[in-house]
Structures are given as structure tokens and as C-alpha cells.
Design a protein around this ligand. Structure first.
Ligand code: ATP
Length: 322
């Protein structure tokens, strides 16, 4: 096996708090191993356009605590084409890159699998998405920060809801996954939490709110991927209890940004360092993650599946939302 001398790293898909911390950790350990690291700007777009920059530890130290990604990120339609991936391969060869680290979500990892059809270059994925929707890791970069942001917003909304005895229906992010909804809803004491993984939760909500008499706040958290949607939830509530003051709030993109939490920074440091060590040990086509609080390698083809909500979490939802 040839020793790794030049790693290219990119951030891809949606930005997530912790991506900058991971870059900082990757460059730190790589420097200690005498490995050069280049940053690819704008995800796979930069790989197609030969947009690489040298990464410098001192400047990453100044941005390691910031949300977003200093490398920028993108959703690249061109990389979905054979021509785009061939151009990406030319960039890899032209710059003598001998390993890739991709920080992104399941879509980005699908992109890696496609690239591996045309090159044997070693690659490793680091799960970076606020949605926590990737199998093979208990947590993804950005999830903890997004949950804390959502929880604080719901706490703030509760002040108003409590003062006016209102019912608030609050939409949180998560794409097709109910992880943010579950965590943000449970930690903010929501009365009802609707997630895509449960199609009976709407019945529990309607049963609960039928007897509501506007004597306190009532908080409903709805994941954006839930099959019903906040407007329709509002209509259903009004149909069973017309005597309530109903409001909808969509938290939207304010959940995505912000400085990473300590938990996300630690996760990024652990996975960043582990990814470089794994490449040096000859690993490829894996995602590095955390399982039962230990770093774990999972074959890439196994991680492009949804991270399921465990029975234990589903049990907690029935304790608090019935
Ligand atoms: P997030 O979960 O934050 O949205 P993601 O990595 O899942 O992150 P996507 O937009 O799904 O975000 O994917 C990122 C990029 O990965 C896409 O823009 C595309 O360039 C590449 N990609 C995704 N799926 C494929 C595929 N099937 N073939 C080739 N490339 C793909």
C-alpha cells in the first residue's frame, strides 16, 4: 500500500454546525503525519471545476467554532452525470490527490459510491447533516446544535403560548426523519410530537386536544417530513375543538446555522482525527461514526439507509404525547 501524501476534503449537501471543527481536526492530525490537505470548494462542484485550496491549520483554528462551512457547500446536479464524475476524476489525478474525505449526508455518500465505479481512490465519509438520518452512527454533525436551537425557540414560544393560553403548532426540520422533532419536542415538554415514522400520532393529538379548555399552553411539534403537514394539522385540530386560539410557527432555516455545541465539536474532533487515521491504516469505502460512544467504521453501502427511531424513543413519545 502506498502511503497517503495528499488528502482532499470537501463538505457537501446541506451545511451543518461542526463541519468547520471537523476540517480543523483533519488538518491537525494530517499535519502531524506529514500529509498535505487540500480543501475542495462547494462540494462536488469544486471537484468538477478543479477548485482546490490549501488548508491551513492556523486559519481553521479561527473558524473551528463557527457554524456553516468555510469550504462552502453545494448540491451538484453535474456530479450526478457520468461527464461530471469524469471531470471530478481528472481533478483528482491532475492534483495527485490520493485520498478523499467527504463530509455530508447520505446523498453525498451516494455520490462517493458512484465515483468509486470509475476510480479506486480511497475515500471516507464523515456524517454531517442536522437531520441525524444516517445509519451507522448514533449522531451526525450538527444534529445536537440544531436540536438545542429548536428547543430554545420552542421554549421562547411557550412563554407567549402560556401567557395567552394559545395552541402553537411548530414545524421543525429533519427532511424525512423525525429525529429533530423527537429530541426538540421531548426536551421542550411538548404536548404532542408528530413524526413521519409514526402514522398514529395524529390520532393521539386529536384525542388529547378534544378536551382542551384553553387554560394553559398546548405545544404541538411537527417534523417537516410528517405526512400531514402543519396547515392540515391546524385544520384537523380546529375541526375537533373550535374554541381555541391556534398559531403556526415554522422554525425554518434558523435551525441550521449557529456555532456548534460542545457535543458537536467533540463529535467532529473524534471523527475528523479517526478518518485520517483510518485512511492511513488502509481503510476505504467506509463512513466513520459513533456507535455506543465508540468510533466505528461502517461500509459505505450500509450507511445510505435511514437511521430508524428506536423502540425506546418511540416509547418515550407515547409516554409524553398521549
Ligand atoms: P443533507 O442531508 O444535508 O441534505 P446530503 O449529502 O444528503 O446532505 P444531497 O443534496 O442529497 O445532500 O446530496 C449532495 C450531493 O451528492 C448532490 O448534490 C449530488 O451532487 C451528490 N449525489 C447525491 N445523490 C447522488 C447520486 N445518486 N449519484 C451521484 N451523485 C449524487
Amino acid at each position: 500500500m502506498q502511503p497517503i501524501q495528499h488528502i482532499a476534503v470537501l463538505t457537501s449537501g446541506g451545511d451543518a454546525p461542526g463541519m468547520n471543527t471537523a476540517l480543523f481536526a483533519i488538518v491537525k492530525i494530517a499535519q502531524q503525519q506529514g500529509i498535505k490537505v487540500s480543501g475542495v470548494r462547494k462540494g462536488f462542484e469544486g471537484l468538477i471545476d478543479n477548485d482546490l485550496i490549501p488548508l491551513d491549520y492556523k486559519s481553521l483554528q479561527q473558524s473551528m467554532h463557527l457554524g456553516g462551512t468555510v469550504l462552502k457547500t453545494a448540491r451538484s446536479e453535474r456530479f450526478r452525470t457520468e461527464t461530471g464524475r469524469q471531470q471530478a476524476l481528472s481533478t483528482i489525478e491532475h492534483n495527485n490527490v490520493d485520498a478523499l474525505i467527504v463530509i455530508g449526508g447520505d446523498g453525498s455518500f451516494r455520490g462517493c459510491l458512484w465515483l468509486s465505479h470509475i476510480t479506486n481512490i480511497p475515500y471516507i465519509g464523515i456524517p454531517g447533516t442536522i437531520d441525524n438520518d444516517i445509519a451507522g452512527t448514533d449522531y451526525t454533525l450538527g444534529f445536537d446544535t440544531a436540536v438545542n436551537t429548536s428547543m430554545q425557540c420552542i421554549d421562547n414560544i411557550r412563554d407567549t403560548a402560556e401567557s395567552h393560553n394559545r395552541v402553537f403548532i411548530i414545524e421543525v426540520m429533519g427532511r424525512d426523519s423525525g429525529y429533530i422533532g423527537t429530541y426538540a419536542g421531548l426536551t421542550s415538554g411538548a404536548d404532542s410530537i408528530l413524526i413521519p415514522e409514526n402514522d398514529k400520532d395524529i390520532d393521539d393529538l386529536l384525542n388529547k386536544i378534544r378536551d382542551y379548555h384553553s387554560e394553559h399552553a398546548f405545544i404541538v411539534v411537527v417534523s417537516e417530513g410528517d405526512e400531514i403537514g402543519v396547515e392540515h394539522v391546524c385544520e384537523k385540530i380546529a375541526a375537533v375543538n373550535s374554541n381555541i386560539d391556534l398559531r403556526i410557527t415554522k422554525l425554518g432555516h434558523l435551525q441550521r446555522g449557529g456555532n456548534p455545541s460542545a457535543a458537536d465539536r467533540m463529535l467532529a474532533i473524534r471523527l475528523g482525527v479517526h478518518s485520517v487515521k483510518a485512511l492511513c491504516a488502509g481503510e476505504t469505502a467506509i463512513m466513520v461514526g459513533i456507535l455506543n460512544n465508540a468510533v466505528a467504521n461502517t461500509p459505505m453501502q450500509d450507511v445510505v439507509k435511514q437511521h430508524v427511531i428506536s423502540d425506546e424513543l418511540q416509547g418515550l413519545l407515547s409516554v409524553f404525547c398521549r
